[in-house]
Every structure is written in structure tokens, then in C-alpha cells.
Design a binder for this molecule. Structure first.
Ligand SMILES: [Zn+2]
Length: 302
């Protein structure tokens, strides 16, 4: 739930991440001695040695070599021969607005010397940067949250789809819908047969792709809209997702999510004893609802 929408979640932020990001903001204001009452009070009360808090880059351990530390770039053996301590400041190798090459006379330091020639020294005062730019709460939150790979279904799940379709799609792609098969896995004792065809086991792939009801549903849309897809080669929900996500029209992608939702609605209606609605009527209803969302008509499409 707390993953971003592109990662397959609902885009709700974790409270713990927000709390940590808020701490970052406080620490940032403190380091930059922002003009805040609590900062002045804290500095006077606890940080009586201001130089201690002046975070000036260290020669050995700060990543001032285009994102790398000097040790990472040139190796411990060579760099330690320069004689710097862990607390040596970068400013100790800068003199008169340029690099102090006197320290690098020995031939062993030539690679470092050559590299420094390519790095200009700015006379401007040092500035705190976050992720290469200015700091803000959003960047702090991005920095402390766990990231996940992008989910393929995110491109079809959201957009203009009705929220109930999106949430349903999300549960389907995570295989968390209460199909008979899934309920049985949770030790609920039920006959695991599909209520649309009363023949096969009610798994997500059966209900939405393999069931004759689902096959007729997608075929009706294919014939009506003139799609060239060969549904006989599609066996699982992910196959269908792949075909729809490759389409350029966002309306077609929305139709997939709306289609899944209406197949599920019909399955539930039949399961709870309502009289069945024909496949073509279910498909037509969702098609016109999607048209309604995009404010188009069948004439505009074919
Ligand atoms: Zn079935």
C-alpha cells in the first residue's frame, strides 16, 4: 500500500518515512544556522563551539572527486602516502584559489595531479547541497524511503480509470482477490469452481482469461474495435497485460482495467444467485462506460 503508484502501490506515504524526513529538515535547518528561534537557542545552549558544526569537506572521506572520495578514486596505498589525517580539510590542499601542487611533487602522485588539473577550484564560498541541488522536504522523504522496481501494471492501472477499477486491478495483479482458489489457500472450505462456467477451478487466470465467459468478453471487444490480437495465444493475466500495456491509447489501457472489474462483478452476481447477464451486454456496458470517461463515441474509434 505504501509503495508509489508506479511501483504497484497506492502512493500512500509511510508515516515512519515522513517522520525521518521531518528530522532531516530539522538537522538541515540546524546545520545551516537558519534564522529560527529554536536553532539560535539550540546552538547557544548545546553547540558552544561553532567550528565543530562547520561541516567543511574532508580530503580523504568526502566525495568531492565527482561523486567519489579521493581514497576510492586513487586507492588507499597511494593516497595515504600524501600524509593527510582523517580530519584534514580539503581547504588544506587549496592555496590562493587553486590547488596546492607542492604537495604532489613525487612521481607517484602524478595521476592525482593530472586529475586535479581537470577540476577547477571555485573561489565561491562552500555551500550545502542535497542530491546535487537545494534541499526540501520531498527530497528528504525520497532519500529515506525504500524504493522498489517499477511494476508493469502501473501504466494501465491508473490514468483516467475509475478508482474502483484501479483498486480492483491492483488487487488482481497482486493476486489478492478472493477467488475461490485463494480462499481455499486461506483454509476457507468452499467448492473452488468458477461461477461463470461452473467447470474449472476459479483462479485469477481462469476467471479473467481462460474461462469461456472471459474469452467471449475479450473477443467481443476485439471484434467491435477491430483489434488484431490473437487471444488464443493468451493464457494468463500477464499475457493480456503485456498486450494492453504495449498499446499507445490510454483509453484502451483503461478498457483492460474496466474489463477486469466488470468480469469480476458478473462473476460475483452469478455467485450470489442473480440471473446471469450475457457476455455481450457486460462487454458493451463497460465499453460505453469507458467511452463516457474519455468523452468519445464508437464512431470516433473505428
Ligand atoms: Zn469459468
Amino acid at each position: 500500500m505504501c509503495r508509489s503508484k508506479t511501483e504497484g502501490g497506492l502512493g500512500i506515504r509511510k508515516l515512519k518515512d515522513l517522520q525521518v524526513a521531518a528530522y532531516y529538515v530539522l538537522a538541515w535547518d540546524f546545520l545551516l544556522s537558519k534564522d529560527r528561534l529554536w536553532v539560535s537557542w539550540f546552538q547557544n545552549r548545546y553547540a558552544l563551539r561553532p567550528s565543530y558544526w562547520n561541516a567543511v569537506p574532508k580530503v580523504l572521506t568526502d566525495p568531492w572527486c565527482e561523486g567519489e572520495t579521493l581514497l576510492q578514486k586513487f586507492g588507499h596505498r597511494r593516497v595515504r602516502r600524501l600524509g593527510f589525517s582523517w580530519s584534514s580539510l580539503l581547504s588544506s590542499i587549496i592555496i590562493d584559489g587553486g590547488w596546492n601542487f607542492d604537495l604532489l611533487q613525487d612521481e607517484i602522485f602524478r595521476p592525482i595531479k593530472d586529475y586535479l588539473h581537470t577540476l577547477p577550484v571555485h573561489a565561491r564560498p562552500d555551500k550545502f547541497l542535497w542530491d546535487g541541488g537545494d534541499f526540501n522536504f520531498k527530497k528528504a522523504w525520497k532519500g529515506c524511503r525504500t524504493t522498489y522496481p517499477e511494476a508493469l501494471w502501473s501504466s494501465v492501472c491508473w490514468g483516467k480509470a475509475r478508482p474502483r477499477w484501479s483498486i480492483h486491478g491492483l488487487l488482481l495483479f497482486q493476486d489478492r482477490l478472493p477467488t475461490m482458489y485463494n480462499l481455499q489457500k486461506r483454509k476457507v472450505q468452499l467448492a473452488p469452481k468458477c461461477s461463470n462456467c461452473l467447470q474449472q477451478i476459479d483462479t485469477k487466470d481462469h476467471v479473467f482469461v481462460q474461462c469461456p465467459f472471459a474469452m467471449n468478453f475479450w473477443s467481443w471487444l476485439k471484434d467491435t474495435l477491430g483489434w488484431t490480437v490473437d487471444f488464443s495465444s493468451i493464457f494468463i493475466v500477464e499475457d493480456l497485460l503485456l498486450w494492453f500495456s504495449s498499446q499507445t491509447s490510454t483509453m484502451i489501457k483503461t478498457l483492460l482495467i474496466g474489463g477486469f472489474w466488470s468480469i469480476w462483478q458478473e462473476r460475483n452476481r452469478r455467485l450470489h444467485g442473480h440471473s446471469p447477464t450475457s457476455t455481450s451486454e457486460v462487454a458493451r456496458n463497460i465499453l460505453f462506460e469507458v467511452f463516457d470517461v474519455y468523452n468519445v463515441s464508437l464512431k470516433d474509434i473505428i
